[in-house]
Design a protein around this ligand. Structure first.
Ligand SMILES: [Fe+2]
Length: 260
């Protein structure tokens, strides 16, 4: 498995605070089958308009990445690591020239909109990235508070944006609305990737998510979303379409939800 959305670098954002937490988190991932990790600390896109501030922030992340690299090389030598960021699109003029802003130096970039709110210009913002040669991968689209009509995501996709859902969303870690949206996107065949967005705290969501996919008859989709398509991304290739998968709930789950 490949995880390309997580907050495992120590002391750079709201994820791991210490190298010990980073180590525990990456060990946990390793136990769950992850062999490639792209770390993605939060970064404001508007920083790219202030070269000195950007350089300072990236230097700070470089140092955290060096410590993380050494720790992983010593403790888990079969885990490959790369760097990226989760870039907040808080500016229309984001400059992605520095390869450290992209996922493992590819043309793919992990992006999110501010405040977990889809702005009015979302399609245009994604289009602008695409026409400049970048592939925007929108992080956790299922989590946006104001996204009541998922049809908007078809417009994102039509301008070349790709979608990454969080593993925890499929098992209710982000509430029932995000859970329903994640499954609906999967049923429409619109999800391109699945990652943990793990903040090095609490239970890693990979195993429950894998089980939920298996219950729905979606082992192949899980593999494609967590291994094949992220592997293509690291090679600079577009993802392959993921066959739509409808959710199946057990009788017990339906009874609990009062829908049986
Ligand atoms: Fe994140």
């Amino acid at each position: 498995m490949i995880d390309f959305h997580n907050h495992l670098l120590a002391g750079v954002d709201d994820g791991a605070s210490t190298l010990e937490q980073s180590r525990d988190a990456v060990r946990d991932m390793h136990q769950h089958g992850v062999r490639t990790v792209v770390v993605t600390p939060h970064l404001l896109g508007s920083l790219t308009e202030r070269p000195e501030a950007l350089a300072e922030t990236l230097d700070f992340i470089d140092q955290a990445f060096d410590g993380f690299s050494r720790m992983v090389a010593e403790e888990l030598p079969d885990v490959r690591i790369h760097r990226g960021v989760e870039l907040m699109l808080d500016s229309p003029a984001v400059d992605l020239t520095d390869p450290r802003l992209r996922l493992a130096g590819t043309n793919f970039v992990l992006v999110e909109f501010p405040g977990m709110t889809v702005p009015p210009h979302s399609v245009q913002a994604l289009y602008q990235l695409r026409v400049r040669g970048w592939w925007p991968i929108v992080a956790h689209p299922e989590r946006y508070h104001n996204l009541d009509d998922l049809d908007l995501l078809e417009e994102w996709r039509s301008v070349g944006a790709l979608l990454q859902c969080n593993a925890g969303s499929f098992v209710g870690r982000f509430g029932s609305k995000a859970e329903a949206s994640a499954w609906e996107l999967l049923a429409r065949g619109w999800v391109d990737y699945l990652s943990s967005d793990y903040h090095a705290r609490g239970r890693l969501p990979i195993e429950p998510c894998r089980a939920a996919f298996a219950d729905a008859g979606g082992r192949d989709q899980f593999e494609q979303l967590t291994a094949a398509n992220p592997g293509r991304m690291l090679e600079g290739e577009e993802p392959l379409p993921v066959p739509p998968l409808a959710r199946r709930r057990s009788l017990w789950q339906r009874l609990r939800r009062g829908r049986a």
